[in-house]
Design a protein around this ligand. Structure first.
Ligand SMILES: Cc1cc2nc3c(=O)[nH]c(=O)nc-3n(C[C@H](O)[C@H](O)[C@H](O)COP(=O)(O)O)c2cc1C
Length: 346
């Protein structure tokens, strides 16, 4: 009798997957997500305070224009790349989001399955409910562990070792949760936050615990990028946590050039925040990011369409990226550089 249960779950997910259109604009997906979740959860995935940083992330892509270049004999573009020793089909990766389990029990598994289908890579957040063993038990894309600096270093060390033993591609630390995330004017975690804000010595200490590539996420200025790389980061992720931490911060795409200039010759630079179009991805790559990550669009996708919703979001942005590259005369990701960018008058 018990063995029949999983069958009905599988049937259910198949039904969900058939309902999602591959042409759905992300703005429509966002509206559909809004109508499916509670007011509380909607506020929870929103930005801190006035939302200035969140909106600035999105709107700042408008400061850069793309230069059309024809007559290059280009009709398609290769968007595959090698990252952390793994081949991925797209430079659009899945951001660490700690709260997929608030959507449903299956959401985390669906995110992994959807990213696999789209040929992407998943950053598993520190606070995912699924154990790392469970995540690797099913077919999965390349995985990366995002940790937060817990007060119990031994526990953190053990998790990093486990990720290494399970074949993860990289591990790293999010460093911007020096204060807890906030939605609007509410601080959801109150004082129940078992984290220590990491010093640069903490970063160095954790880095020494693993031989895997190590990233530091949440870098928003040149000075911190230099410190992170000096402490052993192979990769820095330019991120302001999607505007959930500091209101009136600069946008990530505004900060990206200064970070690439400071550490780009010594470390990889990834970026996230406000990416809603394939052209946003191309702009970030042209400014020197090796790849990009997306947060909320994945949340909307998995809420509305499970694994299929996640793969739809990544494939849609990847298709838009290819179209933009072709019309800009760019054949591969290595060819994306500042020559295809113009600066819009404000
Ligand atoms: C609901 C929610 C939960 C998040 N949880 C984490 C987390 O656990 N760890 C982390 O490093 N970043 C976390 N982030 C930040 C994302 O990884 C990412 O930096 C941000 O969402 C990117 O901006 P975007 O949503 O505009 O794409 C979270 C963001 C949201 C919206």
């Amino acid at each position: 009798m018990v063995s029949q249960l999983p069958v009905s779950i599988v049937d259910y997910s198949v039904t969900v997957s058939k309902t999602i259109s591959q042409d759905l604009p992300l703005a429509e997906l966002e509206r559909m997500c809004r109508s499916k979740i509670s007011d509380d959860l909607w506020r929870f995935i929103g930005p801190a305070e006035t939302g200035s940083t969140y909106h600035r992330n999105i709107e700042s892509f408008g400061r850069f224009l793309l230069k059309q270049r024809l007559f290059q004999g280009i009709s398609s573009a290769d968007i595959s790349l090698e990252l952390f020793g793994q081949r991925v089909k797209t430079p659009i990766l899945v951001d660490p989001i700690g709260n997929f389990s608030r959507i449903s029990n299956e959401a985390e598994v669906d995110v992994v399955a959807g990213a696999l289908e789209a040929g992407s890579m998943v950053f598993i957040a520190h606070s995912w409910q699924s154990s790392l063993e469970k995540v690797v038990a099913s077919p999965h894309p390349p995985l990366v562990l995002q940790s937060l600096f817990t007060k119990d270093f031994e526990e953190l060390k053990a998790k990093v070792k486990l990720a290494e033993n399970l074949g993860f591609a990289a591990v790293g630390l999010t460093v911007d949760t020096v204060v807890t995330p906030k939605f609007g004017d509410t601080v959801p975690y109150g004082t129940g936050w078992n984290l220590k804000s990491p010093t640069i010595e903490d970063v160095r200490k954790l880095r020494k615990e693993t031989s895997l590539p190590f990233f530091v996420k949440g870098i928003m200025c040149e000075e911190d990028a230099l410190l992170a790389v000096e402490a052993g980061a192979d990769t820095v992720v330019v991120s302001n946590h999607g505007g959930r931490i500091l209101d009136y911060s600069r946008a990530t795409v505004e900060v990206l050039p200064e970070i690439v200039k400071a550490v780009g010759s010594k470390a990889g630079v990834l970026m996230d925040g406000g990416i809603r179009r394939g052209s946003d991805v191309l702009k970030a790559l042209a400014l020197g990011a090796r790849a990009t990550l997306i947060g909320r669009p994945i949340f909307w996708g998995v809420t509305v369409g499970g694994a299929e919703g996640v793969s739809m979001v990544i494939k849609k942005l990847s298709d838009e990226l290819v179209r933009s590259m072709v019309i800009c005369g760019v054949k591969s990701l290595e060819e994306a550089n500042e020559k295809i960018l113009l600066f819009a008058e404000q």
